[in-house]
Design a protein around this ligand. Sequence first.
Ligand SMILES: Nc1ncnc2c1ncn2[C@@H]1O[C@H](COP(=O)(O)OP(=O)(O)OP(=O)(O)O)[C@@H](O)[C@H]1O
Ligand SMILES: [Mg+2]
Length: 417
Amino acid sequence: MIQKINTHSVENILKLLDNEWLGDWQRSAVEHLLSNPKTIIQMPRQTGKTYSVALVASAYILAGGSVIVGMPTLGQSKGILFRQIAGMVEKLRGYIGSYMKPFIDTTTEKLYHNGAQLRAISVDNSAQKEGWSADLLIIDEAHRSERTILGITEPYLTQAKLKGTAKIILLGVGGHVRSLIEEMKQDTLTGYVPFRVTPDEIIADVPAYESVFEDFKRSLIPVDYEQHILCLPVGAGTRYLFPDIQIATDIDPNARAVYYIGIDVGEKNDETVVSVLRRAGEYIDLVDVYKTRGDFIDKDGGQAARIAEFIKKYPVRHQYITIETNFNSMLFQSLCTSHFRGMNGIHLTYPNKKALSDYMMTIVKKNKFRVSDSQYKRDLESLVFNIKVNGNWEWSHSDLYSSILMAISAMQEPIYF
Ligand SMILES: Nc1ncnc2c1ncn2[C@@H]1O[C@H](COP(=O)(O)OP(=O)(O)OP(=O)(O)O)[C@@H](O)[C@H]1O
Ligand SMILES: [Mg+2]
């Protein structure tokens, strides 16, 4: 049986690492999770969740206990928390002695000479391992996990449960109602005791955090602020965007965004073209196009207002709107400040234009790009390519074509810039 870990032992580790609590809330979170066998910790982004549990996990390991870190994919579980815990133990070895050097040392498994064990498990390497057991199970980013991960990881706590030493910690921000973090909160029979900290509580403790949260407020759209900073369930955010629909019945909880908007900004005499793409399984449809002409300088916001009116026919999250900012960033500013906070501007330089175009050509060739309107079809078929001496492409294409590239960029997949 591992010795009792208390806040004092965790605090000693913090001191050995030459750090202090970020504020009272961090110490309270640790106290809370040490005094309950199953806890859910919800604190705003960057306020020390992962660090706190890494301290607790290190205390377990120094005491000869065993820790399992569970996440949806192995890249995540070993990447963040596993490495942080292993790194902390490694630092502490300087104070505590060489017996804390691991004798099995892989990217998912560390076995220490004092009997302690640290392992990462994910849904994608979930085959049951003989002889593995743990006292502490941590699932970080539990708003992005589903219940399955508990089914895979919790069996390793069976022995510890019989001894009465098992502990499970779920960490994260607000999640979808079907996420692990929200399901466990609603399902009171499972015995999880939640702990939530709000920005106001943090500011009351450390006033300097006020500007941190103000920055988050500026850079996040309201629903994302509610989820990541206020740690509210995501369903509440969806209701905020679409007050008229019944969340439970009208929206598939796991659905991806369906509509993506691209805006090619007209220079001088060109048209500004807005295209709407819809993702339908493996197909991408061009479902609608809107053009505004002439008034390329959006001084009075009139062009932005007309575009906004058009876009609002579609249920689209702001981050899935991409606008070209090469010439007229005024239209971007105007749309961004008065209509769609959080939309993306893109400067369409040659390399990313080519990457987007390559992707579009691929889906066109595979017949996965569907255009039902014959006028738009002709418009797209008028594309002319020319390869220049320096190897670059030269296009002669329509504004519609560029706006589609912009919408493809809004999909952010599979191209990253
Ligand atoms: N007590 C502390 N002393 C020194 N540094 C700390 C402390 N707590 C956290 N940090 C550092 O602050 C940063 C944010 O902490 P951490 O990653 O634990 O936050 P988080 O709440 O898990 O954030 P996110 O929600 O984005 O994952 C990290 O760089 C971490 O190392
Ligand atoms: Mg974290």
